[in-house]
Design a protein around this ligand. Structure first.
Ligand SMILES: C[S@@+](CC[C@H](N)C(=O)[O-])C[C@H]1O[C@@H](n2cnc3c(N)ncnc32)[C@H](O)[C@@H]1O
Length: 211
């Protein structure tokens, strides 16, 4: 039987490069976002901006559309949160700043917030926004200025704007040039991610050992 841990050399370099840019301390929490278009687009932006951890609450399975994520859901860690309050308290204990996105009288412009240290960005449900339970845990409330008739943006658009502001700030500080991921996790993900590829490509030739 062939060794299952096989991958093309070029692909392995690509996975390693991607992991070397993952921002371990830029994390996203989706509170009860329901629309699969939105969730899928958000996951794709998370992957693009180097987010590894995407937490979420959801009644059932997280609805994801493969053709919208373009496979990005395979390259981020999607973790379901059972108890929002406990989760947020734990993130705070770990030193994360909780940036809740909402339009409120206490909101500050999202570009005035520093995203270069440990930060958890919270996005709310399409209709209700972020719940009071979560708002109560916010260290800062971020708003994206609105100058038109409509009061809010689509949640996937809002996520993209905020994540790209974080990306801009982090890139300026050189944080995409410094590998952050711990060795053990990198190896674990290379095996997991590589396995996705192997499953797809194992019938083809030119394969090489993953680790
Ligand atoms: C469509 S909005 C929800 C609108 C909801 N009626 C409310 O009052 O929050 C969905 C989510 O997108 C984000 N969002 C949309 N527009 C935003 C803005 N201008 N500023 C900050 N966050 C925004 C927030 O996370 C919000 O919970």
């Amino acid at each position: 039987m062939k060794d299952p841990l096989l991958i093309q050399e070029k692909r392995l370099s690509r996975l390693k490069e991607c992991l070397s840019k993952r921002q371990m301390d830029l994390r996203l929490f989706l509170e009860d976002i329901k629309n699969y278009h939105n969730i899928s687009a958000i996951i794709r932006t998370a992957d693009a901006t180097g987010v590894l951890y995407v937490y979420y609450t959801s009644e059932g399975r997280l609805p994801i559309n493969d053709s919208i994520t373009c496979g990005a859901h395979k390259w981020v860690m999607l973790e379901r949160v059972q108890d929002k309050s406990t989760f947020l308290k734990e993130m705070k204990r770990l030193g994360y700043k909780i940036v809740v996105t909402a339009l409120s009288s206490e909101s500050v412009d999202f570009r005035a917030i520093d995203y270069t240290d440990k930060v958890l960005i919270v996005m709310g449900n399409e209709l209700e926004g972020v719940t009071q339970e979560v708002m109560d845990q916010a260290d800062v409330i971020a708003k994206i200025p609105m100058h038109g008739m409509v009061q809010s943006l689509n949640v996937s658009v809002a996520t993209a704007l905020i994540l790209y502001e974080a990306e801009r700030q982090r890139k300026e500080k050189g944080l995409y040039s410094v590998k952050q991921i711990p060795k053990a996790l990198e190896e674990q993900l290379l095996i997991k991610w590589g396995f996705h590829d192997v499953l797809k490509k194992k019938a083809r030739g030119r394969l090489r050992h993953l680790v």
